[in-house]
Write a protein that binds this ligand. Structure first.
Ligand SMILES: [Mg+2]
Length: 316
C-alpha cells in the first residue's frame, strides 16, 4: 500500500463519509445477485432499494442519522446524543425505507420510544442469543469523525451505537475495531494495515480478531460469502482493503468488495470508509460522487461534504 501522509485531515474526513456512501451505492446494484468480476462493476439502480443508479441504501441512510445527531451534539459520547441517534433511527424507520435488515427491523418495530431502543435490542438478543448480523458494522465508520483523536472514546461510542440494534459481543467488537482503524486513518497513520494493527492493540479480544483477520486474507475469496454475519462481513471488507491495488486503491478496493458477492453494498460501504480515511476524497472518482442521494432525501453531495468537515472539526 502507498504511504499517504500528505493527505490532509479534511480530505480523509470527506473520504470516510463519501467513501462509505459510494461503496454502498456501488454495491446496491449487485446485492444478492450472481458474482461479477471487479472490472465490470459500475453504478446501477438498487436491487432492493429501487433507487436510481448512484444512490445509497440503508447503510448510508442510518450512517447519516448518526451523523446528524453527532452534529447537533458536537459528538456522540453523551447519553443525550445516543438518544438522538435512536430518534433518528426511528424517524428513518417510520419513513418506510425500501430496504432494511431483518434484525434492525425487528428491534425498531418493537421499540416504543428512543429511550427504549437499547432495551428492545437486548430483548431481541435474549430471544436469539446467536444473532449477530452486520447491520451495525455497516453504519459505524462515521462514529470516528467527531472523536478520531481518542481511540478509547471511539470504541466505547461505537459499541453503544451498535447495541442500539445489535448488542451481540461480536457486533460490538467489530464496530469498535473497524471504527478505531478508521480513526487511525483520520490521524494520518500511513497504511490501512498499520491502522488495523493499532486498532487491534486497543481491543480486549485482540487474539481472536487477529486470527480472524489473518484468516480473511489467506482464505479463498468465495469463503467470504455469505457475509450477513458481522464477523464474515468484517473479514470480507478487510480482504477487499488488503487486496486493493497500490495504484488505484479506492476503486480496486470497493470493486473488489462488490465482486465478493452476497451483501455487496454493506461490504463495499464498510471497505469504502476505511479506504477513504487513508487515501482521501481525491481517490474517489468524481462521477461516483456526483449523483449520490438517498435518505434523508433533501441531502445532497454538498451537504455530505459539509457534514463530514463539520464532524471532524469537533476535534479542533
Ligand atoms: Mg444496504
Amino acid at each position: 500500500m502507498p504511504v499517504t501522509a500528505a493527505i490532509t485531515r479534511d480530505e480523509r474526513a470527506l473520504g470516510v463519509l463519501l467513501g462509505g456512501a459510494v461503496g454502498d451505492a456501488l454495491g446496491a446494484g449487485y446485492e444478492f445477485q450472481n458474482r461479477v468480476s471487479p472490472d465490470v462493476v459500475t453504478m446501477k439502480p438498487g436491487v432492493l432499494t429501487g433507487r436510481p443508479a448512484g444512490q445509497w441504501s440503508d447503510d448510508t441512510d442510518m450512517t447519516l442519522g448518526i451523523a446528524l445527531a453527532a452534529q447537533r451534539h458536537r459528538g456522540l459520547a453523551t447519553s443525550a446524543a445516543l438518544i438522538d441517534v435512536a430518534e433518528e433511527f426511528l424517524r428513518w424507520y417510520r419513513s418506510h425505507p425500501p430496504d432494511i435488515g431483518m434484525q434492525t427491523r425487528a428491534v425498531l418495530e418493537s421499540c416504543t420510544s428512543p429511550e427504549d431502543l437499547p432495551h428492545a435490542a437486548a430483548q431481541f438478543q435474549a430471544q436469539r442469543p446467536d444473532a449477530a448480523g452486520n447491520g451495525s458494522l455497516m453504519r459505524t465508520a462515521v462514529v470516528a469523525l467527531p472523536h478520531y483523536r481518542d481511540l478509547a472514546t471511539v470504541a466505547t461510542t461505537a459499541r453503544a451505537i451498535s447495541a442500539l440494534t445489535h448488542p451481540h459481543h461480536d457486533a460490538q467488537d467489530a464496530c469498535a475495531l473497524w471504527t478505531m482503524a478508521v480513526a487511525c486513518g483520520l490521524q494520518g497513520t500511513a497504511t490501512p494495515e498499520e491502522s488495523m494493527e493499532r486498532a487491534l492493540d486497543q481491543l480486549p479480544n485482540r487474539t481472536l480478531w487477529r486470527e480472524r483477520l489473518t484468516a480473511a486474507v489467506e482464505c479463498e475469496p468465495h469463503e467470504l460469502a455469505p457475509n450477513g454475519w458481522v464477523v464474515t462481513a468484517l473479514q470480507a471488507a478487510w480482504r477487499s482493503v488488503h487486496d486493493a491495488s497500490p495504484t488505484d486503491p479506492f476503486v480496486s478496493g470497493v470493486c473488489g468488495a462488490v465482486a465478493l458477492g452476497d451483501d455487496t453494498d454493506t461490504i463495499a460501504a464498510i471497505a469504502g470508509s476505511l479506504l477513504g480515511a487513508h487515501f482521501g476524497v481525491a481517490s474517489i472518482p468524481g462521477r461516483w460522487i456526483a449523483n449520490l442521494g438517498g435518505w434523508p432525501e433533501h441531502l445532497t453531495t454538498g451537504d455530505l461534504e459539509a457534514l463530514a468537515l463539520d464532524l471532524a472539526a469537533c476535534e479542533d
